[in-house]
Design a protein around this ligand. Structure first.
Ligand code: FAD
Length: 317
């Protein structure tokens, strides 16, 4: 079922969903299941699986270091299929522009369609670590909007090089990213919202936001988006703070602000176990307020371990 259909079916009740990251290649998929298992009792209607672009690595070769690029966490579509099969839940593979040609994206979408995957999240992806700004792959999309257009075309049987008439066309429900505190490269929140509107006009069906720790930012973002004519569901993305280093890391990587009360609470923690508890309590308060405000879904970023998401879900669902 589509994410938007799940939202409609819930008739105003807030749903629970989460996002997982594929394991580093060579690791056992059981580790992933071990993190998903405790979250299934909260009935997520869908689970997102992220996609990572290629990275530069250095391998030893005849005493020298050889520079290679490789994807450390492949397997998004396979993982989605295995989760759908094992848990009978919808999955949302993330499709990214970075590192992929349009052809490769088409093949991925065709695989998704064969596997009965009905939702995809269309994203640009970030620059590679050694790049100062995002560069599309040769023959790839420069912005997520192009990806949304490609997916919508496929929904109408328009492949990259031909139109294929079929009574079994794909019909993907498309999610896109939104940024309550603006995307780090955007010159202003307003111009970023205009870009979001372009993705919606190109065919996006719903938005999932970047993490935020101050609900006011989300409420203002939703109001500004509505004013701009964006009338699709805007799902808040919640990340529980987990380690002290997040105080520096999250603002630096995502250009988001952390509320002073949260910073103060983390500062008083003696170890990361205590920080994890502060993160859980903050996320519970955030989630309660968002739920009371009637958000369609509370979507949690689970970066590996899911014990904190479980504790939050227990308090809310
Ligand atoms: P876009 O919508 O393309 O926007 C990127 C920037 O370009 C913005 O600043 C926008 O304002 C600007 N822009 C857009 N169009 C134009 C234009 N025509 N001209 C000039 N500027 C323009 N990354 C991953 O690698 N894998 C994932 O699985 C993943 N999942 C994510 C899930 C969520 C919910 C979110 C919020 C982010 C996720 N990301 C993921 C991170 C995302 O890829 C980055 O934030 C990326 O830098 C931007 O992606 P986007 O889809 O928002 O890009």
């Amino acid at each position: 079922m589509k994410v938007t259909e799940h939202i409609e079916k819930a008739k105003g009740k807030t749903l629970f969903s989460f996002e997982i990251v594929p394991p580093v290649k060579g690791r056992n998929i059981q580790e992933l299941y071990n993190n998903i298992n405790p979250l299934m009792e909260f009935n997520p209607p869908f689970i997102d699986v992220t996609t990572s672009r290629e990275e530069t690595i250095y391998v030893q070769k005849e005493g020298l270091l050889d520079k290679k690029t490789t994807r450390m966490r492949p397997g998004t579509v396979g993982i989605c299929a295995s989760i759908q099969h094992k848990y009978n839940v919808d999955t949302v593979p993330h499709v990214i522009c970075g590192g992929f040609t349009k052809e490769e994206t088409e093949y991925m979408l065709v695989d998704c369609h064969y596997l009965g995957i009905q939702n995809v999240m269309a994203l640009r992806g970030d620059a590679m670590r050694e790049q100062s700004y995002f560069e599309p792959a040769v023959g790839g999309h420069a912005y997520a909007k192009g990806l949304v257009e490609q997916i919508q075309n496929l929904n109408c049987g328009k492949y990259l090089h031909e139109v294929i008439e079929s009574d079994d066309c794909a019909d993907f429900c498309i999610g896109v990213a939104g940024y309550p505190e603006k995307h780090l490269e955007a010159p202003s929140l307003k111009s970023d919202l205009k870009r979001l509107k372009e993705k919606v006009d190109a065919g996006a069906d719903y938005v999932v936001t970047q993490m935020f720790f101050d609900n006011q930012k989300y409420f203002e973002f939703v109001a500004a988006a509505k004013e701009m004519g964006i009338n699709i569901p805007i799902i808040p993305g919640i990340k529980p703070l987990a380690v002290k280093r997040h105080l520096q890391l999250l603002p630096q990587v995502f250009r988001i602000d952390l509320p002073q009360d949260l910073i103060d609470a983390v500062d008083t923690c003696e170890n990361n176990k205590a920080v994890r508890q502060v993160g859980i309590e903050w996320a519970i308060q955030q989630s309660k307020e968002l739920k009371e405000a009637g958000v369609p879904v509370l979507h949690y970023y689970s970066m590996g371990k899911s014990d904190n998401i479980q504790a939050i879900a227990e308090a809310l669902f």
